[in-house]
Design a protein around this ligand. Structure first.
Ligand code: HMG
Ligand code: MG
Length: 298
């Protein structure tokens, strides 16, 4: 039987906007975060502390974090790939930091300029420092099903990365289908490989909808018992180091699926659609959410 409630992390402000070619003003990102929390999101991935040469869109990390009016009970997370990023993030008091690795060697090199083993060496002191300060630590695992450079990724390689993440003290992990090539059984295999090292409460699904499989994969993950998911309002996004990758599955679409199945999310779908309409208008393009487009057309 399926979980009766689901926790969604909206990664739109970070994963969604990191790849936008036009600069998105910090004020717009802040307003997006405010609208997401108004809609009932309890976890929001706000920004990243990475090289502004690599990802210029996230260079306003301090401004965005400082501009958010925080609500009690909402956790704001940020990406920190190394100690330099971690130290910068500490000025802004996030509730959770995210280290991000890949199940594929080639993707690790392209995304963070080091091997999987080296990435773990870089993450270890970051994780230790965060835990010492009482800050939660999540590990994002990219390319757990397929890689733009290496093709299919075997579940054993996901298990290997999950084991390394566990070994350095990461508390929970995201199983990401970065390029959206996964189908339900393959996604379940990646999740099960991860469950060798992390309990079910500490594994989340992060699905991109490039091939239109993300909702099917969400249902497949629910069947395994997973009840934490990342999604992006309006289906924003794409990874700069995964050519052709489209956005995350739209939060609106996931919420519609879950509510339709009687699964609680604590999210107000109408308010969420408003948040998506806001950012779509700012970006000057239609929403990537089918549910939002249908509801707005009514
Ligand atoms: P590097 O070049 O190997 O690092 O980059 P380095 O230590 O040799 O430093 C080189 C330069 O970068 C130096 O500056 C450093 O100061 C600077 P310079 O002397 O040349 O002026 N630098 C930094 N600046 C700001 N913040 C930092 C930082 N670290 C070094 N933290 C690094 C390594 C990881 C920084 C780089 O490769 C990078 O920024 N990569 C971008 C990674 C990224 O943001 N990718 C997108 C997010 S991952 C994703 O979207 C996938 C996910 O959604 C899950 C999924 O769907 O798969 C999570
Ligand atoms: Mg992603």
């Amino acid at each position: 039987h399926l979980p009766t409630r689901v926790r969604l992390i909206d990664v739109g402000p970070r994963d969604g906007l990191q790849n936008e070619k036009q600069p998105v003003p910090a004020a717009v990102k802040i307003e997006l975060v405010h609208r997401l929390q108004t809609a009932g999101l309890k976890e929001i991935e706000v920004t990243s502390y990475v090289s502004p040469k690599w990802v210029p869109q996230m260079a306003d990390n301090h401004e965005v974090m400082a501009g958010i009016t925080r609500l009690p009970g909402v956790a704001y997370s940020v990406l920190t790939p190394n100690l330099k990023g971690f130290e910068a993030a500490m000025l802004d008091q996030p509730n959770e930091i995210v280290v991000f690795g890949a199940a594929s060697e080639a993707f690790s090199q392209k995304n963070i300029n080091c091997s999987i083993a080296e990435s773990i060496e870089r993450f270890a002191p970051v994780v230790e420092a965060a835990l010492t300060k009482g800050i939660a630590v999540r590990g994002a695992m990219s390319c757990t099903v397929g890689c733009p450079y290496e093709g299919d990724i075997a579940p054993e390689r996901v298990a290997y990365l999950a084991g390394l993440m566990k070994g350095i003290g990461v508390q929970r992990v995201d199983v990401a289908d970065t390029i959206g090539v996964g189908t339900p059984r393959r996604v379940q295999a990646a999740l099960e490989a991860t469950l060798q090292h992390f309990g079910i409460d500490h594994v989340s699904g992060h699905f991109h909808d490039t091939y239109g499989q993300a909702l099917s994969n969400t249902l497949a993950a629910l069947e395994v018992g997973v009840w934490n998911f990342q999604s992006s309002v309006s289906g924003l996004g794409g990874c700069p180091y995964a050519k052709g990758a489209t956005g995350n599955v739209a939060t609106e679409d996931v919420v519609y699926l879950l509510h339709g199945m009687g699964i609680e999310t604590g999210i107000d779908l109408d308010a969420l659609v408003d948040a998506g309409a806001y950012i779509s208008e700012q970006l000057g393009r239609p929403s990537g959410s089918r549910v939002a487009r249908a509801l707005l057309a009514k």
